[in-house]
Design a protein around this ligand. Structure first.
Ligand SMILES: *Cc1c(COP(=O)(O)O)cnc(C)c1O
Length: 426
């Protein structure tokens, strides 16, 4: 730990906060309370905090509903007929997309299915779907059921990328080799862009290029990437992606999801998809005629009209993101996550607690999450931490996931977490 810019010291942390240009955002969020004080919140990767503006945004829609009834579709301050259109300019810069490539709709697993209907089209020999080791269970269920939807048994078409013997993380070279090996048997690659458990951020650009080289489609579940790491979905030539908004995008429990569909696919009206009226050409939508005429944008995948109350919460959060940039958030995130890593190592040194940091050390392979295994500890640690005003996430058998979120966490938060851990583990 020589030559590190960091110090496990309160005044060092407070000084780092003073120099943080993003520190003002912290005041825009509600922190859960413990004994009249803000809790130390490290679970923004599970549920982002509530922006203080949310209530006013939802109130606006409730008022307009009360005042206008159905006329609110056109008379509301933000007319509901085109409500979803406000989101493309806000979310596109967060995921590196063109505005017409993104739309906000439904929820995450629903959207994953809708996208797989279009981009997992097994045929003949080409029927396999490749995903990362231990994906989020919902994704695994989606892959299994998509296989069945096409009449295959999951064992025949699902390929889970395994780490090397004795390793937890996946190596990019191995992923690329696997894609090449599967070759013309590979229909679709669909990785969690950042794995929810290890926090590993995969090389999305290289994976996409390798998939395309063998003629496969490539998409990502960005639940743990959206609003966390800077991605360039368009420039990396990704085919499709989806994410939820309630993790790093702070947009309410179970909040609305987003999707990306590369513009390359927009003109293809024959692409198989599940259709609904909100994906139909907006200029003729209200002629209420049969014969689906898809929008020439990601909106073609919309089924239903917008769930305005839920989306109002999303808007409140995205308007905060619009006041900064993913570059600025990323710069702070890299420093704050490195500081957390430093503090955890200092805690292990001071207490003698056996600790394994599972998440990659390389900042290019992680966002703002560190997963640590506390050897010999049980879930009791999490209860003890909560009793001291610290919220973290526990995964059996011995893993704590910590997310220092650049939008609202501080260096002082990280220092104080370390202080509590020293007391608890020592
Ligand atoms: C959080 C998460 C989900 C949750 O799915 P919902 O449909 O929003 O309930 C799914 N997949 C991944 C990778 C996740 O991280």
């Amino acid at each position: 730990m020589e030559n590190t810019p960091f110090s496990f010291d309160l005044s060092w942390a407070q000084q780092a906060d003073q120099q943080d240009d993003l520190r003002g955002f912290r005041g825009s969020f509600f922190f859960p309370q413990h004994n009249g004080k803000d809790m130390l919140y490290f679970t923004g990767n599970s549920l982002g905090l509530q922006p203080k503006g949310v209530r006013a945004y939802i109130d606006q829609e409730l008022q307009d509903w009360a005042q206008y009834g159905v006329e609110g579709h056109f008379e509301a301050k933000h007319p509901w007929f085109s409500y979803h259109e406000m989101f493309a300019p806000l979310i596109a810069p967060i995921v590196g997309a063109k505005e017409k490539e993104v739309v906000v709709m439904n929820q995450l697993t629903v959207n994953l299915h809708l996208l797989l209907v279009s981009f997992y089209r097994p045929e003949g020999k080409r029927k396999k779907i490749l995903f990362e080791h231990k994906p989020f269970p919902s994704d695994h269920y989606a892959f299994e059921s998509q296989a069945r939807l096409h009449g295959y048994s999951p064992e025949d078409v699902l390929v889970e990328m395994q780490p090397r013997e004795g390793e937890t993380l996946l190596r990019t070279e191995d992923i690329l080799a696997k894609i090449e090996e599967l070759g013309d048997e590979l229909a679709t690659v669909c990785f969690g862009a950042v794995n929810y458990y290890t926090g590993q951020w995969f090389d999305m650009k290289a994976i996409t290029a390798a998939a395309h080289k063998v003629g496969a489609m490539c998409g990502f579940d960005m639940a743990h990437a959206a609003g966390n790491v800077p991605v360039q979905l368009h420039d990396w030539d990704v085919d499709f992606a989806c994410w939820c908004s309630y993790k790093y995008l702070n947009s309410s429990p179970g909040g609305v999801s987003g999707v990306f569909v590369n513009e390359r696919h927009h003109q293809n009206k024959d692409l198989v998809r599940l259709a609904g009226w909100w994906g139909h050409n907006a200029s003729t939508r209200f002629l209420m005629q049969p014969g689906f005429d898809p929008m020439e944008s990601a909106e073609a995948w919309q089924l239903s009209n917008a769930p305005v109350l839920m989306m109002a919460a999303h808007k409140a959060s995205l308007d905060l993101f619009a006041q900064t940039s993913m570059q600025a958030l990323r710069a702070k995130s890299v420093a704050l996550t490195a500081y957390l890593e430093f503090v955890l190592n200092a805690v292990a040194d001071k207490t003698g607690q056996e600790m394994e940091l599972v998440t990659p050390k390389d900042p290019a392979q992680r966002g703002c999450q560190i997963s640590m295994r506390l050897k010999g500890r049980t879930k009791q640690v999490v209860r003890d931490l909560a009793a001291q005003g610290v919220i973290v996430d526990w995964r059996e058998p011995d893993t704590i996931r910590l997310a220092p979120v650049p939008m609202y966490n501080s260096f002082e938060d990280v220092y104080r977490l370390g202080e509590v851990l020293v007391g608890l583990l020592g």
